[in-house]
Write a protein that binds this ligand. Sequence first.
Ligand code: COA
Ligand code: AMP
Ligand code: ZN
Length: 432
Amino acid sequence: MYLHPEFEKLSRSEIEALQLERLKKTVRQCLRTEFYRERFAERRMTADDIRSLSDLRRLPFTTKQDLRDSYPFKMSAVPLSEVVRLHSSSGTTGTPTVILHTQKDLDEWANAVARCLYMVGLRPGDIFQNSSGYGMFTGGLGFQYGAERLGMLTVPAAAGNTKRQIKFITDFGTTALHAIPSYAGRLFEVMEEMGLDPRRDTKLHTLIIGAEPHSEEQRRRIEQMLGVKAYNSFGMSEMCGPGVAFECTEQNGLHIWEDYYIVEIVDPVTLEPVPEGEVGELVLTTINREAMPLLRYRTRDLTRILPGACPCGRQHLRLDRMKGRSDDMIILKGVNIFPIQIETVLMQFAELGNDYLITLTNEEANDLMTVEVELKEFSDDYPRLQALTREITRQLKDEILITPVVRLVAKGSLPKQEGKAVRVKDLRKTLI
Ligand code: COA
Ligand code: AMP
Ligand code: ZN
């Protein structure tokens, strides 16, 4: 059962006192790693320099590149014998990233997710189904342990197999479902094909949607289609996974759990704090983690802190829904993809030229990535071109974990802007 409701009810002054205490502890923990020892030495700082929360601004930022450079275990702040799980980002061509967890980290993560689910009214007796990918996708095990911690009956259905997913929903009487917003549309479409009306034929009342940007209109549409309340869930593997920030029943901003994270919003160029309430890059410091604490992690997500108090009474700050990214990461089907991963695969084929175009669409509730790539030379050897297309598709799927449609096109046929190739065209409707 969910154990620590007291942290949810902290006042601002209690939150800040706890943050300072935990920040001091975190800094000492960070200094067990060579990475942070070097950063502190460059700044001639020691753990004793953290006397107030405003001293946070003197600390170094941490970036995804730092995580890559530390791959796999260099950022561990505990002996590896104390680490009980790792989650790793996708990719075999570039260096992936790794996040490490002790048993206490996993327990705290489960508590955070349980807190989120409890906040939106879920209780023991609810039946919780998870359509996230399991394995390395943190939405799988993250929600699994959180929902179990809360004491719900869990259905770890995992991604895909939509008809089976729906059968579980109807047969087991699933009341709450975690689904990526774009997949919620697909579920509804298949329910209709099966002659099912979600309001009449299921017991669903709550949807947890997250992992990709979506608009208020998209949420309302999901709520109407499925006859549920849908709550926005924000998280990222670097912070553990889901459970970082979550909407309460007011559905107006995502409470970020400040007993776990210290929030900053900075200008992505100057790295200075933006004026209160303005959009900037979300920077998070973990203050409740043992194996791999991170100081001032640049998430690259763009958002703002909502002004004013939430009518629900919780004092933890609220983030606005995500407005985009300050890098070129694409999120499709709940999977994060960097164009450079695609480029790296393509450039390994001698038959291909340098120009390619990634187009994202979502016709009829199906998210799709099309990769058009120019051939180096004209060819009408169709069997060979077909085999080449198949091989590129296979290698791309290995790298980015989703299956793109690959099209080989003639040299010079892809659009250019001022001589430069356009790399990504996002034609998905109702994005933000
Ligand atoms: N969540 C769950 N299932 C999804 C999905 C999503 N975001 N996107 C697609 N699917 C379903 C498809 O509907 C299809 O099932 P169906 O034909 O029975 O309807 C099945 O997964 C395969 O989809 P397809 O688009 O053909 O495959 P792909 O190779 O391009 O993608 C997935 C493979 C879906 C397995 C991969 O995209 C995935 O694991 N997505 C989930 C990621 C996730 O959980 N992220 C959360 C992070 S917190
Ligand atoms: P991952 O590390 O795979 O869990 O992906 C984390 C990223 O997914 C975040 O940095 C965001 O860019 C995105 N993301 C997660 N949740 C949301 C959400 N609720 N709204 C918008 N983007 C999200
Ligand atoms: Zn609230």
